[in-house]
Design a binder for this molecule. Structure first.
Ligand code: ADP
Length: 317
């Protein structure tokens, strides 16, 4: 059985001002999974993520990394942060060094690696996010999307086992968003566990194999993308929207078409073709049996009419 890499038991968190941001959170993420936490603004996604590498300590309950309760002493935190890399939603919260390369080098330097190893990691990480050649630039002169890539490179350079990204595509154009999601997918293929948060349901359906739905600090559902988005009430309760394809198929279903809900445009296209095909077929059968009964009998003769009817019904059964 694949072991849990992050798990919590009845974890709750109350901010110092009294805001109860998380209540009784039980989550289990297994090694190699692509998990997504979805929920509207203020649901508690960022608060939850800040627990994953010990920036916040639960007010009650337990969080375990790799089966061990998180150790909040200095060396324990260092080990956790090497294992769990977090990329924040706003890269300005993460970038601080005068140049891109110094920024990316900061994490590996703190691990006490050799200069040569640090240089290799910086080069490799910048190449992975498509930022080679911009080593000497000041982070504050970069575009939003470029800043995000540098922030990701800074975490990749630590070679974490688990990558946690809060809203990975915020501030990126569609092409940039696609590249980042492809990168996360490749990292996952190389055995990195990935946890993202998002309210972009289109991105989530294409990426995640497990979804947790967070609402007002509690989990109100979890399952595969198919399980979650086949439950419109749950999605509505979480103040989220259905993926466009799923919304269209739900509408067709409600209006009497026989179809399943599909989450990607490609799958939805085939499902709709199939549904329309079946529907057209039933219309034909209906016409042959009813409205055009007399006309067809006259045109085809009784034997041929019955042969046609038989063929259509046999097809149907
Ligand atoms: P999300 O990431 O899903 O948008 P957050 O984790 O940022 O949600 O917020 C969860 C709840 O905690 C919200 O009610 C928010 O107002 C509150 N909150 C977040 N940060 C703080 C803070 N530093 N102090 C007090 N309350 C906070």
């Amino acid at each position: 059985m694949t072991k849990a890499i992050i798990e919590t038991e009845n974890m709750s968190y109350i901010y110092p001002d009294g805001t109860s941001a998380l209540q009784d959170i039980n989550i289990e993420i297994k090694k190699g999974e692509r998990a997504a936490i979805i929920g509207s603004n203020g649901a508690g996604k960022s608060t939850l993520f800040l627990h994953f590498n010990g920036i916040l300590k639960p007010s009650s309950g337990v969080i375990k990394i790799d089966g061990e309760p998180l150790n909040y002493k200095k060396d324990g935190l260092l080990r956790t942060r090497q294992k769990v890399g977090i990329v924040f939603q706003n890269p300005d919260d993460q970038l601080f060094a005068p140049t891109v390369e110094e920024d990316v080098a900061f994490g590996p330097m703190n691990l006490g690696l050799s200069i040569e190893e640090v240089e290799n990691r910086v080069k490799e990480s910048l190449a992975m996010v498509g930022m080679s050649g911009l080593e000497k630039k000041a982070p504050h002169h970069l575009s939003g999307g470029q800043k995000k890539r540098v922030a990701i490179a800074g975490i990749l350079a630590m070679k974490p086992e688990i990558m946690v990204m809060d809203e990975p595509t915020t501030g990126l154009d569609p092409q940039g968003a696609k590249q980042i999601m492809s990168l996360l997918y490749e990292l996952n293929q190389d055995d990195m566990s990935i946890i993202i948060s998002s309210h972009d349901v289109e991105i989530i359906t294409q990426f995640a194999d497990k979804i947790f739905v967070l609402h007002e600090g509690s989990f109100i559902g979890q399952g595969s993308p198919n399980e979650i988005f086949n439950n419109p009430e749950l999605v509505e309760k979480a103040n989220l929207a259905l993926p466009k394809s799923a919304a269209l198929l739900h509408l067709l279903k409600e209006n009497g078409f026989s179809c399943d809900v599909k989450l990607t445009v490609d799958d939805a296209y085939h499902e709709i073709l199939h549904a329309l095909g079946t529907d057209a077929y039933h219309n034909l059968l209906h016409l042959v049996k009813n409205e055009y009964h007399h006309q067809l009998l006259h045109e085809l003769g009784e034997d041929n009419y019955h042969k046609l009817l038989h063929l259509l019904e046999e097809e149907h059964n």
